[in-house]
Structures are given as C-alpha cells and as structure tokens.
Design a protein around this ligand. Structure first.
Ligand code: NAP
Ligand code: F7E
Length: 344
C-alpha cells in the first residue's frame, strides 16, 4: 500500500531533496509550508517535482495548525525539517528560534500522540548540539555543549524526541546531521555564499566577497546523500539517534580555495586576521576580505562526526566527496551568475 509522508520545511534545501527521494520510492508526499513562505517552491521546481507534491499550510508556532494538518493528512511518516536553521540569525532572534526549533517539535509530537501514536517521526537534529565538542570525531555518545541559541533550541528538540520515544513508545528518531550542502543551499550559509559570490565576481558583477572566521572547520557532505539516511532511520525496526557525517573536516578557507579554482580564479592569501585578503593572482585584484560583522558572539571552531553507527546499523553511505561537492556547487553558480537568474 502506498505510504504517505508529511514533510515539514518542504520549501527548504532538505525538503526538496527528501521529497524527490520519497516520490522516487512511490510515496504520496504532502509538503507543509508557511503561507508566508519566502522561498515559495523554487527549489522543488528546480528538481522538477513541484507538481507532484500536495501542499498544506502549517506553521510550527501554532499548535492548532499542526494538529489540524496531522489530523487531515493522516501520514505514516513525518519528517520534521522545518526550522529557523541559520545559526547567525539565532543570535538576533533567540526567542523565535526556540519557539520554532524547540517548542515546534513538542507541538508535532503532541499532534502525533493525539492523532495516531503509530506515526513514525524524524527529527532534524544537528551537530551544533555538540558545539564546543569534548572530543573528535563526535559520536551519538559525545556529550552536548551547544554554543548558540540555535544549538540550544535543537538540543531541547532532540531530548523531547527521545522523551516521547521512551514515554509513549513513539517511533521517533533523531538524525544528528553535520553540515550538508548543495546547489539548493540558502545563500546565507558560508558554502553557497562563497560559490554564488565568487561566481558573480568572475563575471564582473560583484567586486569582493566578505567573510568571517575562515579558519572554522566543518564536516561538509552533500544534502542528496543525507536525505536517504533520514528515510533509512524511519524504516529501521527500532527508533534511535544517528550521526550522519563524512568523518572529514575542512576549513572555510579550503572551501573558498577550491571554489575559486573551480571557477577559474587563482586565489592567493595575504595578510593576517582581519587584514587577511584573498587575491586573484591573474588580475591582481582583492576578491575576498574579512569582515568582523560575520564573526559570531560565540563560535564553534571545529566539528567532525563519525558516521559508523549509521553505516553499520542502517547501511547508509555517502557517495559525494568534499571536492565533488564544491565542484557541483561552483559549477551550478557559475551558470546562474552567467545567466543572471537566481530564484533561491
Ligand atoms: P532550510 O533550507 O533553512 O529550510 C528550513 C525550512 O523550514 C524552510 O522550508 C522554512 O520555510 C521552514 N520553516 C521555518 N520556520 C518555520 C515555521 N515557523 N513553521 C514551518 N516551517 C518553517 O534548512 P535545511 O538546510 O533544509 O535543513 C533542514 C532541517 O535540518 C532544519 O531543521 C535544520 O535546522 C536541520 N539541519 C540542517 C543541516 C544542514 O547542514 N543543512 C544540518 C543539521 C540539521 P520557509 O520557506 O517558510 O522559510
Ligand atoms: O557557517 C563560518 C561560520 O552558516 C559555517 C546550518 O545548516 O550547519 C549549518 O550551520 C562556518 C561557521 O553553517 C562566514 O562562523 C565564516 O563557523 O555555513 P554556516 P553552520 O553555522 O555550521 C549546521 C550543522 C546546522 O544545523 C545549521 O542549520 O563558517 N563563516 N564566514 C561564515 N558563515 C557564514 N554564514 N557567513 C560567513 O560570511
């Protein structure tokens, strides 16, 4: 029998890739988004699936809206991808971030408990919960130490998911996902900021790219690989928490270096600290500057995860390497910058 999946945050990066994956597996996909959504459906259109999804209005800050949707859709599985997901913004909007990212999850779990406790639930947890991590690589057993309002809110969501699993026997799993990127990534995140703005610089449509802490290290994978892991978690007999990561960390500086090379720019670095600059050797022009505006009040310097449990228990494996990911994003933005068409 055809399964129904309710995907919250369907207009986001992961919402688009997960919906495509579920449609390919024969699911009926119902996408929940806010009536006020700023992204509309452009990512779904980009993957050619916009017309294959049913849409419902739902805002995670409104319990009645969440209850009504779960009641009406009667899903077999709920993938909760909706969130205020930008760490930088969470410092400016900590209360709103907590409302959506923490309490929003309780609203969904309450709806499941009320409507049908047999619905399987996926919670989009994050490596940001480890924050100032006590050891590396992090595993499902590593103690949490979040360093920003986003990480704190997501940690509440992580624990409430575990609590509903234990207290009510709900099949509720958390994916502790490390940074995953793609050409559909929002342009406020550092990877897409780099590829989109360097591409504009290449075509003379922008002069410089301003970055913050370029020595920060992240474990970057491809979003298309990670959504398969989400699905695998809900097919497993037992619900649990799983880290999805590549096991390798790279600096923002390295990401910029490879992006520049993929775009035909020959990037060299000069100077130190806020005076450091990235110069295009061919033209001699400064194309990257450091702007403390992009520093965070508390930074997470390094995160790297171990995907061993997911690989061994779920049979999950990532397919796209770091270099392939950067190349994929740089080439997609090269085309968009050349054609001058950005829809997300
Ligand atoms: P994204 O592109 O920022 O998408 C977030 C989605 O949440 C958007 O569709 C947004 O809808 C929706 N949303 C925001 N506030 C909402 C609200 N109040 N009610 C309902 N929907 C709301 O994020 P993503 O990269 O796809 O990430 C998906 C999930 O994984 C997020 O929960 C994120 O925190 C988590 N995560 C992401 C990563 C990563 O590296 N990408 C890593 C770990 C965890 P609008 O169109 O209305 O704004
Ligand atoms: O920053 C540094 C910044 O904003 C990565 C979200 O999907 O992954 C994401 O959170 C690093 C940080 O992602 C700039 O300080 C330097 O150290 O791309 P980001 P994030 O904060 O790691 C986690 C796993 C999530 O769960 C989140 O939802 O890059 N950085 N210069 C910069 N970051 C930005 N955004 N802009 C800069 O100019």
């Amino acid at each position: 029998m055809q399964k129904t999946a309710l995907v919250t945050g369907v207009t986001g990066q992961d919402g688009a890739y997960l919906s495509r994956y579920l449609l390919q597996r024969g699911y009926r996909v119902v996408g929940a988004h806010r009536a006020t959504s700023i992204h509309s459906r452009s990512r779904l259109a980009c993957l050619g699936i916009e017309e294959h999804i049913e849409y419902v209005d739902m805002d995670l800050v409104e319990l009645a809206s969440v209850l009504r949707v779960v009641e009406a859709v009667r899903p077999d599985e709920i993938y909760n991808l909706a969130a205020q997901s930008f760490v930088g913004r969470s410092f400016e909007q900590p209360v709103y971030t907590a409302d959506v990212d923490a309490l929003g999850v309780t609203r969904l779990l309450e709806a499941i408990r009320t409507v049908n406790s047999g619905i399987r639930f996926y919670q989009a947890s994050t490596s940001e919960m480890f924050g100032c991590a006590l050891h590396a690589p992090q595993t499902e057993e590593t103690p949490f130490f979040p360093r920003n309002p986003y990480g704190v809110a997501k940690l509440y969501a992580h624990w409430i998911t575990a609590n509903y699993r234990d207290a009510y026997g709900i099949h509720a799993s958390s994916g502790i996902l490390y940074n995953h990127e793609s050409p559909l990534r929002g342009r406020e995140f550092v990877t897409r900021k780099i590829t989109s703005q360097l591409a504009l610089i290449k075509y003379g449509r922008q002069k410089e790219l301003a970055l913050g802490n370029i020595d920060a290290k992240r474990d970057w994978g491809f979003a298309g690989d990670y959504v398969e892991g989400m699905w695998r978690m809900l097919q497993s007999d037992k619900s649990a928490s799983y880290v999805l990561a590549t096991g390798q960390a790279h600096t923002v500086r390295e990401f910029a270096q490879i992006s520049a090379a993929e775009l035909g720019l020959d990037l060299v670095w000069e100077g130190k600290g806020i005076h450091e600059r990235g110069i295009d050797r061919k033209s001699g022009k400064t194309i990257i500057t450091i702007d403390p505006e992009f520093y965070r009040p508390t930074e997470v310097e390094t995160l790297v995860g171990s995907p061993c449990k997911a690989e061994q228990t779920l049979g999950w494996k990532r397919h796209v390497s770091f270099e392939e990911l950067v190349g994929m994003m740089a080439h997609a933005d090269d085309q968009l910058a050349r054609d001058g068409t950005y829809s997300f």
